[in-house]
Write a protein that binds this ligand. Structure first.
Ligand code: AMP
Ligand code: ZN
Length: 301
């Protein structure tokens, strides 16, 4: 079914998001969060009964992110936590007085932490530490506030956003079947929400020239699909969900073994919570009472 984007969301739409003065970083209003809560509850109702729920903080281990390959693939997107170290006198000299204005930034030292770039990254080392994956495989429901250094004036490209994911870890067949099930299931959820969608092959924004080859390879092997919804325009819809087949990438890096002793395969289905919420407002307008009944019921609005 085709729906018209009634109310393309403008960056100035204070009813939803309010500027903090930094591109891609917004305060979210009560109305925006009502829909976020409804969406999260809807996603929970689609969770496998045996899924394990984990909520990750917005920071994660720098060493883990380095080892996971994120730094190699997306060094331009990663944010690191830096702090002032050293003796009191050194810290005072860095921050005090008119002369130090702004100079303290040069005194920052890296810590053991980076900002979580995707909700599933902290999961793999955690699972690896538990020993072999049981024969039936594992399913997780994870979420995190994520950071990506891609400042933009576009309302759907945030530097900090919320990501929810279902992650399957097990045999190649178990991982592939899970992703296929979700690719088949997502249109039904979009229909329920009254959203006109497209599902398209996609690639990650791998860094640099070598990255372009990785992106081509990803498309050729059908490793990533995205569900696109109108947010800024119907002609250029926005990726609001992704369906990712990692093959044995994380299994190899973290030495995650199946019950049979083979390298585990992983896949994840990611819900971009802020983008999905923006897509709902773009489709149905700013007055929640006017939203389609089925959508309101699905979101308990
Ligand atoms: P990805 O790991 O890139 O497939 O991201 C998973 C989902 O997170 C995407 O489908 C988007 O919905 C959401 N997402 C990714 N980057 C951003 C961003 N800069 N701003 C808002 N949402 C994002
Ligand atoms: Zn993921």
């Amino acid at each position: 079914m085709n729906y018209v984007v009634r109310d393309p969301i403008k960056p100035t739409s204070d009813a939803l998001l309010q500027s903090t003065g930094v591109d891609g970083v917004f305060a979210r209003t009560g109305m925006f969060e009502r829909v976020v809560d409804g969406l999260n509850a809807l996603i929970s109702r689609h969770r496998d009964t045996d899924a394990e729920v984990l909520r990750f903080p917005p920071v994660t281990s720098r060493a883990h992110i380095q080892r996971s390959g994120y730094l190699g693939s997306f060094p331009n997107l990663l944010g690191a936590v830096c702090c002032l170290g050293g003796a009191e006198a050194e810290i005072r000299a860095a921050v005090d007085g008119a002369k130090a204005q702004g100079a303290w930034v040069k005194s920052l030292e890296a810590t053991d932490l980076v900002l979580t770039p995707a909700a599933c990254y902290p999961l793999y080392p955690l699972v690896a530490g538990r020993g072999r994956v049981p024969a039936g495989g594992l399913v997780f429901d994870v979420a995190s506030d994520c950071f990506r250094h891609e400042p933009s004036r576009h309302i759907d490209r945030l530097q900090t956003f919320r990501m929810r994911e279902f992650v399957r870890i097990g045999s190649p067949e178990q991982a592939a079947a899970f992703r296929a099930e979700w690719l088949a299931r997502a249109p039904g959820i979009a229909d329920l929400l009254g959203l006109s969608y497209q599902i398209a092959p996609a690639s990650d924004p791998f860094f640099g020239r070598a990255g372009r080859l990785m992106a081509i390879n990803q498309v050729e092997q059908s490793l990533k699909f995205e569900l696109l919804l109108p947010v800024r325009s119907a002609q250029q819809p926005t990726a609001c969900m992704s369906f990712n087949d990692h093959r044995d990438h994380f299994g190899k890096i973290w030495d995650i073994a199946t019950a049979a002793g083979a390298t585990a395969h992983t896949c994840c289905v990611a819900f971009g919570i802020d983008r999905l919420t923006l897509a709902l407002f773009a489709a149905h307008g700013l007055d929640l009472r006017m939203w389609p009944t089925a959508t309101r019921e699905a979101l308990a609005l």
